[in-house]
Design a protein around this ligand. Structure first.
Ligand code: GLN
Length: 489
């Protein structure tokens, strides 16, 4: 099989070919590494590649498959991991100078779970520093570029992972999502990205941004692959006290391409002012398709508190970030500025040089929102808004099986376009961050193009209702070709 074809395979296709011994893991891994060396100078999606390590793992996987009776779906298949997830053998920088040389002493639980299936970890992907951003331009190292148009951003903060999947640098990737960081770049790069329910996937070994909102999730070429990666990573973990001991279904079980009778709401609050005409048009066409497939569509769905989500998010997330990032003081690990005469100066300089401007902005906003005298006016008020938003989702799901929205109000924007205007940057997540505040799951799937620029559709589900949104996404995918388009590079 030619390299080009190998780098277009989905997990489930590669798995079949591996099982039938038509391809080997070494071939598949070499093809991915070749693709990385061909396109990396254009897209800059990766922060680390472990060529030798990956090939050794691939050899071991091939050897195992020669005699194994039962081969797990991810065995022998190359993956890339967002650099916010700790890996023992590879540096974990979190896109920051602060952790530029950091090597974690342990693997995150999700990494252990991939390794338990003998997945091949090829390297780590670029991201906005500490996952704060929507364009990858806040990486301390370099910006990643959108493979559909190299003058545009891939979205963020899991932009490197989205690009890697879209270009064929890996068959799938892991991302993390605090306010949209899996779904928004998935939408911008035309791949599938799922933010699971809060508590569904262990965050042990995920470097914390805002702990009440962070989740790890899959970024894949199609919905079936998304279900397969969820099967591997979901489930309780005693090392993450927020992970929920809820049974994990087989997420492929409901992929049946039948959505007759499901009731889908289209909340009007998500078609915000500033939503581009092309995005509206693509969503209309997608909704029509869902109707043809037998879903009942309600255009009158309304979740009025949505309009407070952006403001609440930008109080809650920075508040938690300011507490989480207090640990980077240059003492135990990470960057440390030696040129100081006392400990206060050392800490101050470490943080001055170790953090980039967006991270500093968040720390300052958060510290302010939590400070005595302002705590009630800002942080407590935002927490109350969070409860209202959560209750509003609960009510909506009494009536609807799922909610349908655009993933982002716009197509991918130009590099540099929003860097001087944080508010414009934050607006890129206006459709995705209410979902983190509500703690519910949502998926972004390819749903159209404006010229060559991808448009994503978001499907929001009940808590622990991942199966249902995967089913809707699968039915839509079976009836459309958007996911089959690939960027010319
Ligand atoms: N883009 C949002 C932010 O800047 C969300 C980021 C994320 O989900 N990690 O905070």
């Amino acid at each position: 099989m030619a390299d080009k074809e190998l780098t277009r395979l989905t997990i489930h296709e590669a798995h079949q070919l591996l099982k039938q011994r038509q391809i080997s893991s070494v071939e598949l891994t070499k093809a991915a590494l070749k693709r990385i060396s061909d396109v990396e100078s254009k897209v800059h999606a990766c922060l680390a590649i472990v060529e030798d390590g990956a090939l050794e793992e691939a050899e071991r996987a091939d050897e195992y498959m020669r005699t194994a009776e039962d081969v797990a779906p991810l065995t022998g298949i190359p993956a890339l991991i967002k650099d916010v997830i700790c890996t023992r053998a590879i540096r974990t920088t979190c896109g920051s100078r602060m952790l530029e040389e950091f090597v974690s002493p342990y693997d995150a639980t999700v990494i252990e779970r991939l390794k338990a299936q003998k997945a091949i970890i090829v390297g780590k992907t670029n991201m906005d520093e500490f996952a704060m951003g929507s364009s990858n331009e806040h990486s301390a190292f370099f910006p990643t570029r959108n493979p559909w148009d190299l003058s545009r951003v891939p979205g963020g903060s899991s932009g490197g992972s989205a690009v890697a999947v879209s270009t064929g640098e890996a068959v799938y990737a892991l991302g993390s999502d605090t306010g949209g960081s899996i779904r928004q770049p998935a939408g911008f790069c035309s791949v599938v990205g799922l933010k699971p329910t809060y508590g569904r996937v262990s965050r042990y070994g995920l470097i914390a941004f805002a702990s009440s909102l962070d989740q790890i999730g899959p970024m894949t070429r199609d919905v079936t692959d998304c279900a397969l990666v969820m099967n591997a990573i979901a489930g309780h973990d005693s090392r993450d006290s927020t992970s929920v001991p809820h049974p994990v279904p087989d997420y492929t079980r409901q992929l049946i391409a039948d959505i007759k009778g499901l009731k889908l709401g289209v909340p009007r609050e998500y078609l915000v002012e500033g939503t581009q005409d092309e995005v509206r048009a693509a969503l209309e066409t997608a909704i029509e398709k869902l109707r043809e497939l037998g879903a009942e569509i309600d255009r009158e769905a309304t979740l009025p508190y949505t309009k407070y989500a952006l403001a609440a998010f930008h109080v809650l997330a920075p508040s938690e970030a300011s507490a989480n990032l207090a640990r980077y003081d240059g003492v135990k690990y990470g960057f440390s500025e030696a040129d100081a005469t006392n400990v206060i100066e050392a800490t101050a300089k470490t943080r001055q040089f170790g953090f980039g401007p967006e991270v500093k902005r968040r720390i300052m906003l958060g510290t302010y929102a939590l400070s005595a005298g302002y705590h009630e006016a800002h942080y407590l008020k935002a927490q109350k808004v969070r409860t209202l938003i959560k209750e509003e989702f609960d009510r909506a799901f009494e009536e609807y099986d799922a909610l349908i929205t655009p993933t982002s109000p716009t197509v991918p924007f130009k590099l540099g376009e929003r860097m001087d205007d944080p508010m414009q940057m934050y607006l890129a997540d206006v459709c995705t961050l209410p979902i983190n505040i509500g703690g519910v799951p949502a998926i972004s799937i390819p749903a159209g193009f404006a010229g060559d620029l991808p448009i994503g559709m978001q499907i929001i589900g009940r808590p622990f209702g991942e199966e249902q949104i995967l089913r809707i996404a699968f039915a839509f995918e079976q009836a459309t070709d958007w996911h089959k388009r690939t960027p010319e590079l």
